[in-house]
Ligand binder design. Sequence first.
Ligand code: CO
Length: 460
Amino acid sequence: MEKKKIGITETVLRDAHQCLMATRMRLEDMLPILSTLDAIGFDSVECWGGATFDACVRFLGEDPWERLRAIKKSMPNTPLQMLLRGQNILGYRHYADDVVEKFVELSAANGIDIFRIFDALNDVRNLQTSLKAVKKAGKEAQLVLAYTISDVHTIDYYVRLAQTMEGMGADSICIKDMAGILTPAHGYELVSRLKEAIHLPVIVHTHSTSGVSYMTYESAVRAGADRIDTAISPFSEGTSQPATESIVIALKEEGYEIPLDMDSLQEAANHFRKIKDKYLDDGLLNPKMLTPDPRALIYQVPGGMLSNMTSQLQQANALDRYEDVLTEVPKVRAELGFPPLVTPLSQMVGTQATMNVITGERYKVVSNEIKSYLAGEYGKSPVEIDEDFRRSIIGDTKVISDRPADHLSSEFTSLQEEIGSLAKNEEDVLIYALFPEVGKEFLENRAKKNDELVKVSGYL
Ligand code: CO
């Protein structure tokens, strides 16, 4: 019998360090090993999008576009993958269609081959524009089932959703289990049902947060999954993904075909071991993140959200309220109509739960994001929100029920005018568009640095 080939997506350059150390890995940590990574033969390497763009601009003083071009240059043979938040792009609000289209066009032009596109609410209307733009650029459009558990998020729900996505023209479907709550049994059932119902590659993305991820992958692969996401061992486990090397060795022994270069994989692992030690010493990588926490199965709280809530509590000098916040999260979530806990809703729900606990009065402080969400600006919540609850927070604010972006007029040109000569190209305009404050600061700092360089060279 012919062996079934299992594809591997390596996440060390994006999700792994996003979850373990707040997305702080620098390009200089990656550059020396990129050509080795390229030689391994991964089906794709996730290296951009998610929070990397934000971290580059906000914390690292790195141009995210330059990072992408540098990776592409060193990795010409491996499909590069990014995580795109649909109409939110990589920011925290809805953008007009023309900005989404421009972002996809330039991401493709700068090196992205596979766009994994998701909407936090699984509202497919929020995926339409990016999907069309990816198709136009001739790249792979991978649409996401944001996995969560609730009364409405049944296996039937996800099968119907995947069928809708296939009908929309998706090239592949990813089960995105950000919280690491996909158990082996549910994973088996979900993948089996999807393989029966749709005719597209099924990719499974999980996290080791709750400690069941290796079993989940094995079940998913047995059920017919075509590709899985793993992280090279030094950046694996905990809030990250299962270890690439371990998964590959185990699945090969079970008779699956995974044609990766194991020597190059070892070499890359050695490199990242040193990088990891550096960040452990710096304190950026908290060893706490590496221990499985089965509470994720109870609270359904993704790793990134756990670390955000910890740091918010730390800032408020209230770390002792951690358990209270964990208990508050499911309550807030139910009141908000059971949104899946994925970005940006995970942050919104997490922050609201933290505020409810810290202030001692529920919904005394409510973020503008939650208010916009309640006004329908993010799309449709999976379950109707109680009208009295909604009114108690947003009063008589108009609630929209159609595609949120239909209410937004084109904005790229006005953004371009706003930022003016600070933007040297359209990529710069998008830095400003996504992060108006820190993006502008980033562009100003860069301009200052360039002026200094001109001065210095003038004296020479
Ligand atoms: Co993830």
